[in-house]
Design a protein around this ligand. Structure first.
Ligand SMILES: [Zn+2]
Length: 529
């Protein structure tokens, strides 16, 4: 028999509040839920855990020593709370450590510049490397590109569009004279199009133009200078280098513009880079796995999931220190107040997410028994905000379970959450997708933004000070409560999938997302080449 399909979105208090319940009271008399609430608020360890991880250990680039230190710390913490905790190797990866660096403008005047080499970039062996600057200009054909390659020897090559303003658009809209913002915006669009067109004219068919960067490397350039401004004051995204012989570094919006203007007006800018970086060769990469065995149903699992790896220009605070510490704090609370879980509680702190969900994909491939036994997985990966959205991930019956569980979570926490049932299976983006594609019930805890996209996501500003502990403690109550309720539920969550909506282009039903294969070796990773 086919079940009725239903889809709705509703703000949870309409489900959760019983008549006469005041917002400050707990919705449930269950002593474990009450103890979770008390431990997650009055006994919270969120702040000291996050401070130790983000300030003292710092960022956690896949295959870096920072990640290994962070993993050893997580294993030690989880074991101290009674978990069977370990690292589990899933592959090998090109390892890299950042060292100290300085970038200076030395001609036509001295200024220390704000920037850093990109992840996996070579350094300069700690020695200063100095040279003039060239920028692509007027390239209209592959022949022009070849001519440009002839000018790059012993020069730094400017490789990003120079922003005409480093003020946010909101500020322009607020203060500019009538028409002034619009004129700037139009000129900026046109300049950006012209910049893109000349890079396209070089004849690369790689959307990331990695082959062009290799050609610059081979043509004897000193290095590549980039800038990836988010549109927020002082905030750049910082990803990985595609060069392996010469350094690639980034500059702030302001400093990149300065150097580009000096070069464009023939004012003779000279840059000096001094950078240490260590290529560690090919090293093993690991997930952190910790288990508290179930007393009644040990082969059924509730998974607390977050990716632990990060980019490394900041501290990986909101991406994804917050999700990782949330899962550790929920695990700590559960060990404290629910030490004999009915189902097995498993903490998965994945590596390699930023290179394509590799750690979680590998775990799913390596542990079909755990995937088969999954009751529910909760994943969080979009910053410091309180959780405001959850979905049934496309599982028809999951909505009923989630609604029942959420109705028992304290209303102080659940009142912010919009739920959508059955929702859609996510095709990627974060690690719950690695389980959902395999048909296992993974749920993502969607957080309020706090300007995640423009301020912290993959930026050098993703640091401890951006954390909002009132919201994070909320999330600890929520996650520990949902884990407890999923563990205790007398019923398994059914894996029946929704009818997928029609693809508007083909008129055919959309497909349930397929699982990507884990990339277990950086030499096979398109993101690393
Ligand atoms: Zn993330």
């Amino acid at each position: 028999m086919r079940r009725a399909r239903w889809t709705f979105t509703v703000t949870l208090p309409f489900l959760a509040l019983v008549p006469g319940l005041r917002a400050q009271t707990l919705a449930d008399d269950d002593p474990v839920l009450r103890a979770i609430y008390t431990e997650a608020t009055e006994g919270s360890r969120f702040e000291p855990l996050a401070q130790a991880l983000l300030d003292s250990i710092g960022p956690r680039l896949t295959a870096s020593e920072g990640m290994e230190r962070a993993q050893a710390w997580a294993v030690e913490r989880l074991a101290s709370w009674g978990y069977d905790a370990r690292t589990e190797q899933y592959g090998t990866w090109e390892g890299w450590n950042r060292g100290t660096s300085a970038i200076d403008l030395v001609e036509p005047r001295v200024r220390s510049l704000e920037g850093r080499i990109l992840a996996w970039s070579p350094g300069t062996g700690g020695e200063p490397v100095e040279g003039g600057v060239v920028a692509p200009d007027g390239i209209a054909s592959p022949a022009d590109w070849q001519a440009f390659l002839g000018t790059v020897r012993d020069r730094w090559v400017m490789w990003s569009f120079p922003q005409p303003t480093c003020r946010p658009d909101d500020m322009w809209r607020e203060y500019a004279q009538p028409g002034s913002y619009e004129a700037m915006d139009e000129a900026r669009d046109e300049a950006q199009r012209a910049w893109n067109a000349q890079i396209r004219a070089a004849g690369s068919d790689d959307p990331r133009n990695r082959d062009l960067q290799r050609q610059l490397e081979e043509a004897g350039a000193l290095g590549i200078v980039t800038s990836n401004w988010t549109g927020e004051v002082g905030t750049n995204r910082v990803f990985n280098s595609y060069t392996r012989e010469i350094p690639t570094f980034e500059l702030s919006c302001e400093d990149y513009g300065l150097v580009h203007r000096l070069a464009a007006r023939n004012q003779g800018p000279v840059l000096r880079l001094t950078a240490e970086a260590e290529n560690r060769g090919h090293v093993p990469v690991y997930n952190v796995i910790a288990e508290m065995r179930g007393t009644e149903l040990p082969d059924e699992y509730v998974i607390l999931s977050a990716h632990y790896d990060s980019w490394e220009a900041g501290s990986g605070a909101t991406d994804n220190g917050t999700g990782s510490v949330l899962m550790m704090e929920a695990a700590r609370i559960l060990a404290e107040v629910y030490p004999n879980p009915k189902r097995t509680i498993l903490v998965g702190l994945w590596s390699g997410e930023e290179q394509g969900l590799n750690g979680s994909h590998a775990f799913v491939e390596d542990h079909p028994d755990i995937v088969d036994g999954l009751q529910a997985l909760y994943n969080q990966d979009n910053g410091t905000g309180r959780v405001v959205s959850m979905s049934g991930s496309g599982f028809v019956d999951a909505g009923g379970h989630l609604a029942r569980w959420l109705a028992r979570v304290p209303a102080q926490v659940s009142r912010f959450i919009d739920v959508s049932f059955p929702g859609m299976p996510s095709g990627g983006g974060t690690d719950s997708a690695s389980f959902v594609c395999a048909g296992a019930p993974g749920f993502n805890l969607g957080a309020l933004s706090w300007d995640y996209g423009s301020l912290t996501w993959h930026t050098q500003r993703d640091t401890f000070d951006k954390l909002v502990f009132d919201d994070l403690r909320n999330n600890a109550v929520l996650t520990a409560s949902l884990a407890y309720l999923a563990s205790e539920d007398p019923e398994r969550v059914s894996r029946e999938r929704r009818d997928m909506p029609l693809n508007t282009q083909t008129g055919e039903p959309a497909n349930w997302p397929a699982c990507g294969a884990a990339v277990r070796d950086s030499r096979n990773s398109p993101r690393m080449q």
